[in-house]
Design a protein around this ligand. Sequence first.
Ligand code: IMP
Length: 437
Amino acid sequence: MEFTLSGTCIIGLQWGDEAKGKMVDLLSQNHDLVVRYQGGANAGHTVVVGDDVYKLHLIPSGIIHPTVLNVIAPGVVINPATILAEIQSLIERGMNLEGRLVMSQRAHVVCPWHVEEDKLDESLQDDQENIGTTLRGIGPCYRDKVGRKYALRLIDLIQDGLADKVERIVAYKQKILNALSPSPPALDSQAITAELVEQGQQLKPLIADTNHLVLDAVAQGKSILFEGAQGALLDIDHGTFPYVTSSNSSGVGVCAGSGVPPRWINKVIGIAKAYSTRVGGGPFPTELHCETGQVIRDIGKEYGTTTGRPRRCGWFDAVAVRYTSRLSGVNSVSLMMLDVLSELDEIKICTAYKIDGEITENMPADTETLRRAEPVYQTLPGWKVDVSQMEHFDELPENAVNYINTISELLKTPIEFVSVGPDRQQTIKCKNAPVVA
Ligand code: IMP
């Protein structure tokens, strides 16, 4: 399969877990660099190559291709223990990472207190539904980044003065934990410093000023693939707040997180599943609480890569995806996991919401309003044929093509790829996709 792309972004258009890792892996072969620019180890990107399955949390999915330089940009929050374990596991599988992975000095560090604070925040019961975070300390780390006073960046791990910084931060964090936690953990600033120093030394050869590196690559005409994590509906500014992650996971986050200005971005591919899933709390208008939801969960193996939690499953929501597709400036969509729907007699697509008696095709900004949204469905016949071994668009059954085209029309965006299974081979280029942009 031929892909000719450069300066391209891969953006999840739903609530994450859209199988972005597969598309990043597939498109990496035509790019010099793959850049991760937001989120942290809350992400779980799965790449399947034949019998090999790689589960990545922090390392960009381009790492599977030996010629690609993988960059973790300033907008990512890095847990040093997690990334070291990930590096180790790839080396043990025989991968040579020499000169192929670099991470920004500016990236913020997820520290032990962040994980404790995340657990604490999720355990405190009040009258608000829990966010249902991944408990990876992501929110507390970004909170400290914005607060500035109690934050550590990767550069701090390899410079003098770390012990003083950790001691000051630990003194502050311990007070918070003591005040709020029913069983506060004791933070040992000396032990934490020793661990961070050790981790910093191990990571030192990989830590660089990625801003210059990436901008130099742009100046040299190299092609870059920007790998988004989570999905646009979880965007801190534009998603279903407060049931979101703490970074800009829609297309608008690429420039801020990577340090690459908008003029160098020339294509955005939106990734959407052929149905919807969500983990954690928050409104989900097309959620299925019936047997069909369980069928989708079982066939799609809809259990979190990072936390193992069962994912909530529902019909494709064209209102939500049209919104995130516009927000992210999507040129084309990759429709993933079409094979999962093959057993269903009929399939529904949400085309509008009915809210307080009014029909709207626009996603409301307010979460409580979204909770009241009743989906208006278009029902399509299923195709009832295994599509997982099909390689060409013309092989797909008529009802599957009809489903793809209906989504394309509702999104007003061409569908460029359809994925019918986890392997690289199970990807169909939609030559005949209608161009409706
Ligand atoms: P956090 O990012 O761990 O703070 O979690 C905030 C919300 O985002 C929760 O609902 C998580 O389930 C969700 N979330 C975070 N990362 C991912 C992901 O990679 N896939 C799907 N959902 C995610």
